[in-house]
Design a protein around this ligand. Sequence first.
Ligand SMILES: Cc1cc2nc3c(=O)[nH]c(=O)nc-3n(C[C@H](O)[C@H](O)[C@H](O)COP(=O)(O)OP(=O)(O)OC[C@H]3O[C@@H](n4cnc5c(N)ncnc54)[C@H](O)[C@@H]3O)c2cc1C
Length: 470
Amino acid sequence: MSSVRRAFQAVIGKQFDRVTLLEADKLASPAPETDGQPAEAIMQAAKQRRGIPQLAHPHTLAMGGLEAMDALLPGFEEELVRRGGIKLDLARDLRFYDFGANYVRADSTLKSVGASRALIQSTLQDEVMRRNAGKLTVMEGCRVSGLLWDEEKTWVELRSGEELQADLVIVASGRASCLPQWLKAAGHPVPAVHKVDAQLVYVGRMYEMPKDWDKKKWMGHITFSRPTGLTGAGMVPVEGSVWQMVEWGYNGVVPPMDEQAFLDYAANLPDKEIYNAISSAKALTPLCKHAGANNVQRCWDATPPPPGVLVIGDGVQALNPVYAQGMSVAAKSAECLGKVMQASVPGKASPEARRQAVRGMGPSFQKQLAAVVAPAWMMATSEDQRYPGTKVEGVAKPPRLLCLYIDALVKSCHHNAAVLMGFFEVAHLVRPPTHLFHPRMLAAGLKQMLWDAWQGLWPAAPSRAALKAE
Ligand SMILES: Cc1cc2nc3c(=O)[nH]c(=O)nc-3n(C[C@H](O)[C@H](O)[C@H](O)COP(=O)(O)OP(=O)(O)OC[C@H]3O[C@@H](n4cnc5c(N)ncnc54)[C@H](O)[C@@H]3O)c2cc1C
């Protein structure tokens, strides 16, 4: 069961008498808890869940995603914390180094919970199963190999040769979903694909947070080498005083798998904090690599799947994980599914009328979903298109003036806490991107742009804070 599937189980469980979940992997057993060996438990879960190759890497939960999960499963956040997740104030507990200086830090209402993907996943899974007991059947170790349909019914073909019939099939099989191939084989139109590929490579591992670590200094750290660099690194705190840490590189810059070279890579970042932390912390797991996580969007809104089939999650839009938005977009998509279902399926109608409504809701759902996923796509792809060497298919270049304005806002985050809050609210999917043009944001951004222009340093002008730091 994947993150989005678990989230939408919370939605469809309300509407249907019987829900069957088909998962190719065996579901990960015991949730990683704080006591014991959390890093080992995470690695064990990663081994078991081959269908989620990203499982061992850091998964930051954006505030908008946490809120959506909590709305779908009231009490989720509390349960995640009870199982060891760490409450975070995003503007205070995480330190960001970007455009040559640190963002200002302040107490805020921007919250998240630091937890491994394995813990987020197992908490969602247990909550969904508990709340849908008697209605939900999970078939694990069960790979779907095809799809058949007519106007009245949909069948799912299993690799075992079995066929299952359903009124509605929701495809949530991730970035590598085979749905487009199945449709093509059946002669059904397949959606256009948009891609922005900055050829991201992740190399990371887990470290033990030292017992005497000063948490007031920072609990997590993210370093970007913008505006010109192609490297970066991040470390986030998760259950059991563990840091999940990753180095990344774009367009041919690849973090090394060799121990000393891995440390050197961190040492060569424009800020040394991460290097200082990992060079003295105890490594808990071997280095682990992940490549191929580009931005891919399939336009199911323009070319919907057949009747009785919906698509959700990374199969609609998969993103560069550096921006940490995938799980949150999935949770927001599940909320959207709930709303569209409620609006399309008449509560008091006959079972046959309800069945017909369910089978026909695909085009409307995929259209509304496209609007829900668009902000994260816009943010990730406009940024990634700016790295030299990024491969782009079917996506327009962001206007240069807009890029300069966003850069100016980022630089304002070095000294202006109000801009930082506004910027994070958008990045954490709490507010729409239009909030970046709120009068307060505009005033700060334009002031910074004037400063940059005066310095004659467009487009790569450092901020005043960065200059002071030098
Ligand atoms: C390296 C990396 C780091 C990331 N970091 C973050 C982060 O910090 N924050 C964040 O929010 N997001 C992050 N993401 C994105 C996040 O992992 C995805 O957006 C999210 O998991 C998408 O959920 P999904 O349910 O669509 O797919 P997945 O979680 O990939 O799940 C797909 C599921 O479908 C199953 N499946 C596939 N095919 C079949 C089949 N034929 N039959 C049966 N089952 C099948 C698989 O076994 C799997 O369980 C990261 C991604 C990567 C690659």
